[in-house]
Design a protein around this ligand. Sequence first.
Ligand SMILES: O=C(O)CCC(=O)C(=O)O
Length: 329
Amino acid sequence: MAGLTAQQLTEFDRDGYLVVEDVLDERDLEAIRSAYREIMDRECANLVAAGHLRPLRGTTFSERYIEALGQLDDMYLLYQHLDISLPMLETLEPSATMSTGKAVFDLLTHPRLLDVAESVIGPEIYSNPVQHTRIKPPRACLPETATDANVAATLWHQDAAVIEPSGDDTNMLTVWLAVTDATAENGCLIAVPGSHRGDTTLHCPGKIFQSEIYIPEAILDMASVVPLEVKAGGMVLLHKMTEHGSLENNSNDIRWSFDLRYQPTGQPTGRDVFPGFIARSAADPNAALTDPDEWAELWWEARDRIVAGQVENKFGGRWNDNATQPVCA
Ligand SMILES: O=C(O)CCC(=O)C(=O)O
């Protein structure tokens, strides 16, 4: 598969999203699954040793993950090792962690993925650091109060609203990759077709975490919402202005995805405290980062700068003034 067809580009322009099946093959998916099995086994052993977890009985990744989250008082003791971003908190511990292994770097720089991104944003491709792993257990296994979009349903938003105003003119593309099938039952993405053609929609500040901004349903065209189902190995492209969220996971199994973002090199990322990198360059192919260790080091250096107070780690604050809007009550 090379890039998108003219027909696919027309659909993306029309709807503000596009489902593209069969981007990654079984070997690509297995590389990710096996890297994540290793992280899970290592971190669960550490949590058992530290007395946070009883030994797990499950055998599959999914069984062990659900069991571990169910036992942990603070699921971030495990989750943060799986996410591909540092925590979006204003203060970070020196030990703040994330998943920066080779399998993740291989995903971020996967040629098929970059071919698709190139069709939309052109041949100078920068990996924007707004990125996450989402491994969502069945809703029934989460505490009722869990609202965090890494594990629970994602509230309505536009990705343009998630970044700082410095990135307002950046041509940022979201590439959402399904590691398991994503269905309406297990919590696939949902979107309002054509919503990318409007202005920025009003967002309310997060109720628990400032970064969890949301668009109230009262101001969305809920009658036109569509589910964006896609099979494992496929992906969903989102325009940065498309109003979207995700459904609850009402299945008995995990729903797993990565959301990655790309933009033309040279434009601001809108999240300056975290590191991006040149993923592909037609003009200067040698400018692309190819070493997974160098990529990981960029993140650890960013963490150290935040911990040392050299940069301000602020997220979502641009919507704080809307707290007084009746629709945000
Ligand atoms: O996977 C999800 O639940 C939400 C992802 C999302 O909203 C995004 O990538 O912008």
